[in-house]
Every structure is written in structure tokens, then in C-alpha cells.
Design a protein around this ligand. Structure first.
Ligand SMILES: NC(=O)c1ccc[n+]([C@@H]2O[C@H](COP(=O)([O-])OP(=O)(O)OC[C@H]3O[C@@H](n4cnc5c(N)ncnc54)[C@H](O)[C@@H]3O)[C@@H](O)[C@H]2O)c1
Ligand SMILES: [Zn+2]
Ligand SMILES: [Zn+2]
Length: 394
């Protein structure tokens, strides 16, 4: 089959590899009909190379048709249409029972002391072959796959794999009080969807910050007060002006480590990319490769006693945090990978509703054949051609 494989920094290729087969009784094989490229894939494209091997298959936002199931898989059968969560979780361990599927104890990657395995996402998350491919082996398929109805377009359901539950959890964790205000940093797919979900859930005052003009326009198009990072010298003053002088009740950081305006991070990225794997891994783990500008901004802007919800991904252990400011402002913080399956019951009515309240039908800007993935990655990384969300069609 054809699959999108990592070959190095800024180098993904479409390789021909053996078709996957059932390896465990809890596996399923699906033929992939749509597969998203995610902002998280850009971390692999640029930063996390030391944790990948050449040939690793990328992708963690797939959906498709069940081809074959293992002996212990009973809730889906060949021919079913399914969306695959990015978390590989068992559904029956201590953590899954608590709704923390991203911490699943059956698939935790103990070698790196990380949480649940994650499709297509480096050795840190189990090096599970990903879904930007014609076929995918789905581990823990007795629990993971989400059955969806035939009929509506793939785009109706595809985002249940990652974008929707991630944004839903970010809003949930932001703990916005009734009548309160929300500021979202970053208007990529995650930030944009956070705005839509917050509005859908009744938050009237939603502000957002980004620096890509089309993304700001997109958010303004549905009533978000979108602010251009580069147009204002004193963002804190501007934001406070709009929120009774106090700052928003809640801030969601949907930027992550590619944050604009963190030059030290840029250098660290480059250096890590040039080092052999072992020293580069060490550097990422200890030196703090993060570019924390967005997170620091979240802490600075949030109201005293307010909540920062972090969905942007940051790596690195030695990241300096403004602890004194966090303590002084009495800030609450929640974060983590989305627990995908936990939020599906909340989301399913919204993606199936006739009027498409979250706008998933028109969310993607590009649908391209799998064979064009190398180009698509480059376009997405450079934010060219208005690329906002790219869906690969195997
Ligand atoms: N927690 C989870 O489970 C989970 C799931 C999916 C994605 N993510 C993470 O969420 C983050 C966002 O994902 P995405 O797909 O929307 O990515 P993206 O790269 O498309 O979006 C990030 C946006 O932030 C903007 N930005 C950069 N610097 C900024 C700054 N200083 N202030 C404000 N905006 C800034 C960029 O212009 C861009 O529009 C990534 O870090 C991704 O890894 C987390
Ligand atoms: Zn993703
Ligand atoms: Zn589990």
C-alpha cells in the first residue's frame, strides 16, 4: 500500500510498504477514506525528528471502512464506517474508567514514561504506524473505533478523531463561568474549533489572537473578536480594555511549541535537528526546546483567579515557567492530550445535526490525494495557499 512516511526534517514521502495485517485479537484493519494533517504533525516535521525512525508512517486523524477484525472485536464488523481516535486506549483499565483515555494503562509507553500510545506519533508514544495511508491497523479496536452512519460526507465525522474532542476538552477545562469571557490563543484548527464550541455552549464574549490574516478573518466571520498579534504593541492593555480591566475569565492556549516570537526556541529546534539522535533527545528532554511565548502570554492575560487551559503541545523538561506570577495571580491550569472517547457522546449530536452548528462541512480548506502529501505538508507548514486544514484522500 501507499503510506506517508517520515524521512527527515521537512522530508515526508509517499512510500510503498507492506499492507498491515491483524497482529492481535484486539486489532482491526480499516481502509482509510480520509486522513487529516494536524498541527501536531508539524512538530514531527520540524522538532521531534530525533524520536522518529526513517520510514515511520505518520497520521492520527483517520476514518474509513472496516476491512477485517480480530477475534476479540465485536462492536464493529467489516463494511462499517468508523472514525479512529488518535489515542490508543483499551476502555477497561483504571485510567480509561476515569475517562482519562489519554493515560490508558494498557497502552502507556513505559520506556519513555509517557501516557497512552498515539497513532503515528514517535517513539514517545509507542511508534504505532499512523493513518496517512491506504490501510491502517487499529490496535485496541475492541474499544477505539467510533461507528458513524452512512450517508453524510466524511468531513462531518472525521474531526471526531482529534480536532473536536481536543477543542471540546479545552473548553471544558477552561471552566468558563456563566456570563464569563474566553480568550483563545491561536486560530489554527484547534483554536478555531474552541471558539465555535464555546459559542455553541453559550459563551458570548469570545476573543482570539493569531497573526495569520485569513485565520483572523475566518474567526471574525462567526462573531469572534479576533486580534492580530502583530498589529498591537500592548496586547495586555488591549485585552484588559475589552474585559472590564481584569482580563478574560479563561484563556485557552491552542498554539504550542511552534509559537511565533520565541527566537531561542528556534535555535534550539535547529540544533536538535542537526545533532545525532541520542544527544538531540537529551537536549529536547532537558534543555527545554519549547517556545513558551504563547503560554506566558496566557498567564499574563488571564484574569486573577482565572483558568488557563492548555491544549497546545509543549515538549521539554527544563522549560522555565513564571511560577511567581502563576502563584500571585492564583491561576488554575488544566492541560493534556484529549481523552477522545470521553467526549464523543457530547459531540455526536452536533456533527449529525442538520444545520451543522460547528461548521465541520466547510472546515477543511484542502482535500488532496494521498500521493500529494509531501506538497501538502510543505504548504501547511508555510501556511501558504490559505492552508488551514488539509485532508488527505487515499
Ligand atoms: N491536546 C491535544 O490532544 C492536542 C490535539 C491536537 C493538537 N494539539 C496541539 O494544539 C496546537 C494547535 O494545533 P493546530 O492544529 O490548531 O495547529 P496550527 O499550527 O495550525 O495552529 C497554531 C496557530 O497559532 C498561531 N500562533 C503562533 N504563535 C502565536 C502566538 N504567539 N500567539 C497567538 N497565536 C499564535 C499560528 O499562526 C497558528 O494559526 C498544537 O500545538 C497541537 O500540537 C493538541
Ligand atoms: Zn491531530
Ligand atoms: Zn485503558
Amino acid at each position: 500500500m501507499k503510506a506517508v512516511a517520515w524521512h527527515g526534517n521537512h522530508d515526508v514521502r509517499v512510500d510503498t510498504v507492506p499492507d498491515p495485517t491483524i497482529e492481535q485479537p484486539t486489532d482491526a484493519i480499516i481502509s482509510v477514506t480520509s486522513s487529516g494533517i494536524c498541527g501536531s504533525d508539524l512538530h514531527l516535521y520540524e522538532v521531534l525528528g530525533p524520536y522518529l525512525d526513517e520510514g515511520d508512517i505518520l497520521g492520527h486523524e483517520p476514518m474509513g471502512i472496516v476491512e477485517e477484525v480480530g477475534a476479540e472485536v465485536s462492536h464493529i464488523t467489516p463494511g462499517d464506517r468508523v472514525v479512529i481516535p488518535f489515542n490508543v486506549s483499551c476502555g477497561h483499565c483504571f485510567m480509561c474508567d476515569k475517562g482519562l483515555m489519554s493515560q490508558c494503562e494498557t497502552t502507556q509507553v513505559r520506556e519513555y514514561d509517557t501516557g497512552a500510545a498515539f497513532l503515528g506519533y514517535t517513539k514517545l508514544y509507542g511508534q504505532v504506524p499512523g493513518g496517512q495511508a491506504e490501510f491502517l491497523r487499529v490496535p485496541q479496536a475492541q474499544f477505539g473505533p467510533i461507528k458513524v452512519p452512512d450517508g453524510p460526507s466524511d468531513d462531518r465525522f472525521l474531526y471526531l478523531s482529534d480536532v473536536l474532542p481536543t477543542a471540546w476538552q479545552a473548553v471544558e477545562y477552561a471552566d468558563i463561568p456563566a456570563g464569563g469571557s474566553l480568550l483563545v490563543l491561536g486560530l489554527g484548527p484547534i483554536g478555531e474549533m474552541c471558539c465555535r464550541i464555546a459559542q455553541q455552549r453559550g459563551v458570548e464574549h469570545v476573543m482570539a489572537i493569531d497573526l495569520v490574516p485569513e485565520r483572523l478573518e475566518r474567526a471574525r466571520g462567526h462573531g469572534v473578536q479576533a486580534i492580530d498579534l502583530e498589529e498591537h504593541d500592548d496586547l495586555p492593555a488591549l485585552v484588559r480594555d475589552q474585559t472590564d480591566g481584569r482580563g478574560p475569565d479563561s484563556v485557552i492556549d491552542a498554539v504550542g511549541m511552534e509559537a511565533h516570537g520565541a527566537p531561542v526556541g528556534k535555535l534550539a529546534h535547529r540544533l536538535a535537528g542537526l545533532l545525532p539522535d541520542a544527544p538531540a533527545q537529551k537536549m529536547i528532554e532537558t534543555a527545554g526546546i519549547d517556545r513558551l511565548s504563547a503560554l506566558h502570554m496566557a498567564i499574563e492575560l488571564v484574569q486573577r483567579g482565572g483558568t488557563v487551559s492548555l491544549s497546545g503541545v509543549y515538549g521539554g523538561a527544563a522549560s522555565p515557567m513564571p511560577l511567581i506570577q502563576m502563584f500571585d495571580k492564583q491561576i488554575n491550569m488544566r492541560m493534556g492530550q484529549a481523552n477522545v472517547k470521553r467526549w464523543i457522546d457530547d459531540l455526536m449530536p452536533l456533527v449529525t445535526a442538520g444545520d451543522d452548528p460547528l461548521g465541520v462541512e466547510t472546515f477543511a480548506t484542502h482535500h488532496v490525494p494521498l500521493g500529494e502529501a509531501p506538497n501538502a505538508y510543505e504548504t501547511f507548514q508555510k501556511k501558504e495557499d490559505n492552508a488551514f486544514k488539509i485532508i488527505l484522500k487515499p
